[in-house]
Design a protein around this ligand. Structure first.
Ligand SMILES: *[C@@H]1O[C@H](CO)[C@@H](O)[C@H](O)[C@H]1NC(C)=O
Ligand SMILES: *[C@@H]1O[C@H](CO)[C@@H](O)[C@H](O)[C@H]1NC(C)=O
Ligand SMILES: *[C@@H]1O[C@H](CO)[C@@H](O)[C@H](O)[C@H]1NC(C)=O
Ligand SMILES: [Cu+2]
Length: 151
């Protein structure tokens, strides 16, 4: 009798453990990435290459843009989101949306949560697009569904 009820308890505990393993990760396993890692958000770093090495990215992961506010020796940077692949390709900022201004990369940086499963076209908007064209300060991230996270 006693053996059977403790076996039941063990089975119930195991069922709860399995349920938690299945349910918890989806809701909580968002990752946080410092864009460019040690290089941070700066002129001349290859962010396209960084995306290839860091990816895939999943929905609700976040990207942190870190850059110092401008002064006599530090150049200004910013973060814009392009509305189309064509604008991204040509670094045409006309219709771009400001994500973080030249001051917002300071301190802990500016955190952008990848809420939507669509391509996000990030660029630096400084010097009329020159940081985007010449400075390589541009990259595309298309988050996958978190259900596909397999690690
Ligand atoms: C940046 O990295 C990408 C992907 O690895 C590569 O295709 C591209 O040629 C690199 N750009 C430069 C300017 O080196
Ligand atoms: C992403 O986060 C939001 C808000 O915290 C949450 O409502 C949503 O279910 C999450 N989506 C995924 C796919 O994890
Ligand atoms: C400019 O900013 C950088 C980084 O925040 C800082 O290290 C440097 O001392 C500042 N220079 C001047 C001239 O204020
Ligand atoms: Cu820049």
């Amino acid at each position: 009798m006693e053996g059977r009820s403790s076996a039941k308890l063990v089975a119930a505990a195991a069922a709860v453990a399995v349920a938690m393993l299945v349910l918890v990760p989806e809701a909580t396993r968002a990752e946080r990435f410092i864009v460019g890692d040690a290089a941070r958000w700066t002129w001349g770093y290859n962010y396209t290459d960084w995306v290839i090495k860091k990816g895939p990215f999943f929905q609700n992961d976040s990207l942190v843009f870190m850059y110092d506010p401008p002064n006599a020796t530090v150049h200004a940077h910013s973060v814009y989101m392009m509305r189309s692949a064509a604008a991204y390709q040509s670094c045409n900022l006309k219709a771009a949306r400001l994500v973080a201004n030249v001051m917002q990369g300071a301190g802990q940086g500016y955190e952008f949560v990848l809420k939507k499963r669509k391509p996000h076209y990030f660029v630096c908007g400084e010097r009329g697009g020159i940081h985007c064209t010449m400075g390589q300060m541009k990259f595309i991230v298309k988050p996958k569904s978190s259900a596909c996270r397999d690690d």
